[in-house]
Write a protein of this length. Structure first.
Length: 477
């Protein structure tokens, strides 16, 4: 079962990072604008985050295998739409749909692992889950670049989406054969108004930040930005009211009273905000700025990918020695790597090459590889088990919103510095500015890690579905 469900996780991760590699090809072939490109890359993460918690609850309601199979088919279909897109608008719409289908599919992966593996084997299965995330990152950079470079049957960038169709069909057939039915201990109620309110409040902030510069900052962008906080406040008020009435709000608001949990949210948001925007800017610099082919850009990202993957595997050993301070170490190394990246760009300017960036990107991969796999476990170590599912759902959702926000905000800074007719030196200067801002933000995230509990309580690893039990008998259902 494990390779089958992890195949789906690999597809979702591959599509996040391979689209970064394809960004310049999209701009050239489809004449995608800067704002549309940010929506193609960041919109996937936004919709994925918007549907994550609801996707998990749908699995609780209808069964994890059933929702997994629905998610796999939907994701493959959305990937087909992406591969067949003939205009920027069609590709943006298909990517938004793909993000929602990913939100239906991926939560069921963790649910199935937790509900079907015995406790003594679950840790190893979850470790493979983390390794698969790393492999998705590496393959998105290198295999994605190779697929574009190979131009199979003249498909170009379309191949990175169309490859999901046969993979998805294989996962669907295999899951029907080897994945057992599994259900949660209880059937939660949905909170569609809460999901809509959270998504709307964040969209009101992210959309104008993404489109504002291209549109010349019309009045609607400022109205949208001004409305974001009131809509979020109304959503929080609704969640409180729903909780008082005995409902099941999307946001478990009492969790935010825990200092460690709130600090963990900020650290999660900061590190993923950085990483999403960093990968976006790095790809544009290597391909559009330095003139590298997609495959060459992927190969030049290998030091980053290798250090990230190796440290994500070794991070539990680092945590065993340092406790939650392992996250601090990872965030500090990331900050140093980002400063080194900016300094390297400032030093070489128009003479910069992709391999000049390798020491800095390897440091960033090292830091992120230590910190990111540990964050959820460190933050949830002192959360009551009954609230572990809600807490982990909020954390993983925050990560995806962080990625979308980073691409929107840092992308806007990068494009503003780039100018109308950029040359090689302009791309490097814009990268230096964007990474300088990122370095300051990651330094703040590193400082916030000191609010995390010094030592975690040793216990079973916490996942977004720790509340789940093995499949209940048909008679009970």
């Amino acid at each position: 079962m494990l390779p089958v469900v992890l195949m789906a996780m690999f597809m979702a991760g591959f599509d996040i990072w391979s689209v970064n590699v394809a960004a310049p090809s999209l701009q050239r072939d489809l004449h995608v604008s800067d704002a549309a490109l940010q929506l193609i890359v960041g919109g996937y993460a936004f919709m994925y985050a918007s549907g994550m918690v609801t996707g998990g609850r749908l699995g609780d309601l209808f069964g994890y295998r059933r929702m997994f199979m629905i998610g796999v088919v939907s994701f493959a279909a959305a990937s087909l739409l992406c591969g067949l897109a003939q205009s920027p608008a069609e590709l943006v719409a298909a990517r938004l749909v793909q993000g929602l289908t990913g939100a239906a599919m991926v939560p069921q992966v963790l649910a199935l692992i937790t509900a079907t593996f015995p406790a003594r084997e679950r840790s190893r299965a979850l470790a493979w889950f983390g390794v698969t995330m790393g492999l998705g990152f590496v393959s998105g950079q290198i295999l994605g670049g190779g697929l574009i470079q190979a131009d199979i049957a003249g498909l170009g960038w379309r191949a990175i989406f169309l490859v999901n169709v046969p993979v998805g069909l294989a996962a669907l057939i295999a899951s029907a054969l080897v994945v057992p039915p599994a259900w949660g201990q209880r059937r939660p109620r949905l909170d569609p108004l809460g999901a809509l309110g959270v998504s709307a409040s964040l969209a009101l902030a992210l959309v104008p930040l993404t489109l504002g510069r291209d549109e010349g900052w019309p009045v609607w962008t400022w109205v949208s930005l001004a409305a974001a906080l009131p809509v979020l406040a109304l959503t929080v008020a609704w969640e409180r009211r729903l909780a008082r009435r005995g409902g099941e709000p999307l946001l478990d608001l009492p969790l935010f009273r825990d200092r460690a949990f709130s600090a963990g949210l900020l650290v999660n948001f900061g590190l993923v905000f950085f990483f999403g925007s960093f990968m976006f800017v790095l790809t544009l610099l290597l391909q559009a700025g330095l003139g590298q082919s997609p495959l060459q850009a992927g190969v030049e990202a290998l030091p980053l990918a290798a250090s990230f993957t190796i440290m994500s595997i070794l991070s539990p050993r680092v945590q065993a020695r340092l406790g939650s301070r392992a996250v601090t170490v990872g965030a500090v190394i990331t900050t140093i790597g980002t400063i080194t990246l900016a300094c390297t760009g400032a030093r070489y300017h128009g003479q910069l090459t992709g391999w000049d960036l390798a020491p800095a990107t390897a440091l960033i991969g090292l830091g992120q590889g230590i910190a990111m796999p540990l964050l959820i476990g460190v933050v949830l170590a002192h959360v009551q088990p009954v609230r572990a599912g809600a807490a982990a759902g909020i954390l993983t959702t925050t990560q995806q919103f962080g990625a979308a926000s980073g691409i929107a905000v840092i992308g806007a800074i990068f494009y503003s510095a780039l100018g109308a007719a950029p040359d090689r030196g302009a791309f490097v200067s814009a990268m230096v500015l964007a990474m300088s801002v990122n370095a300051a933000l990651v330094a703040v995230a590193a400082a916030v890690t000191w609010l995390l509990p010094r030592r975690t309580v040793p216990r079973e690893p916490v996942t977004p579905v720790e509340r789940l039990a093995p499949a209940e008998p048909a008679e009970a259902r």
